[in-house]
Design a binder for this molecule. Structure first.
Ligand code: ZN
Length: 271
């Protein structure tokens, strides 16, 4: 009996703390959204992110709200001598938040820090956060399940400004973040219904195996062959292709396009 009371008291305490934190977070978000979207940030979006101008006003408004929350809640850190600017923060936040539009979801709840290097960096040589060491290969970006994304600014900006080449390192790394939200980086993000999981599993397995076969045979494919590495990379690369080459993806891989559209709830082929 005493044990039951103990657990009830602990449970009530945890619930009260969660409620308090949620209330504080909601208040903070209201404060962030009460500030008008800075004109200087609109100029950055217009200059650095071509699809922004093509988006319907409702999506532009949503994106503006997500960007304010993202920049207000996440910690940005310049690495390798990089001085952070609004241009860097807004360009990263905008591309990351394009993956959240219409989905009424939390804003990367497990992500705390974005580490930005000036250009391609050597993994394992990070200069601030105590992240797990890896091999010392050159990287454009990385997504850690421990709450951090690491990016190279030159690749981030290049990926944003050239929005039709199928390569976007920011979207790639943030797709990994979405994939990791359920605790597993396995190429299957949180989908909701059982039927959604079974359709996703069938289509993604077939498409992943098809890309592997093409890659092994040295054949050309719409998606970057890096997607054939494993299912998690396939989802990240498919996300890049969905946003950057939507018309071609819809035509050549209609089922894959449909699954991604059902998840992302936007139609980038119309932008
Ligand atoms: Zn990746």
């Amino acid at each position: 009996m005493k044990l039951i009371i103990f657990f009830l008291v602990v449970g009530a305490g945890v619930f009260a703390v969660k409620l308090f934190l949620k209330g504080r977070s909601n208040r903070r978000r209201r404060e962030l959204l009460n500030v008008p979207f800075p004109q200087a940030w609109s100029i950055i979006l217009n200059n650095n992110l071509p699809p922004y101008q093509m988006m319907p006003p409702e999506l532009q408004k949503q994106l503006g709200e997500y960007i304010r929350i993202f920049i207000g809640e996440k910690s940005f850190e310049g690495c390798g001598g990089l001085i952070l600017t609004d241009e860097i923060k807004v360009t990263i936040a905008a591309q990351a938040c394009m993956l959240l539009l219409n989905r009424k979801c939390e804003c990367y709840p497990k992500l705390y820090s974005i580490l930005v290097y000036p250009s391609t960096y050597v993994a394992g040589a990070r200069d601030s956060l105590a992240l797990p060491p890896t091999d010392s290969s050159v990287r454009l970006g990385e997504s850690w399940s421990h709450g951090a994304v690491v990016l190279a600014w030159d690749s981030v900006k290049g990926g944003a400004m050239n929005f039709r080449d199928g390569h976007n390192v920011t979207m790639h790394e943030f797709a990994h973040q979405l994939d990791q939200e359920d605790g597993r980086g396995d190429g299957v993000p949180i989908l909701g219904t059982r039927s959604a999981y079974s359709a996703w599993s069938r289509v993604f397995s077939e498409e992943y195996e098809s890309l592997q076969r093409k890659t092994e045979a040295g054949k050309k494919s719409l998606m970057d062959k890096y997607g054939a590495t494993d299912p998690a990379e396939f989802f990240a690369v498919a996300t890049e292709t969905f946003f950057e080459k939507p018309v071609q993806l819809k035509k050549k891989h209609p089922e894959l396009y449909h699954e991604l559209q059902s998840f992302y709830l936007v139609s980038p082929d119309e932008w």
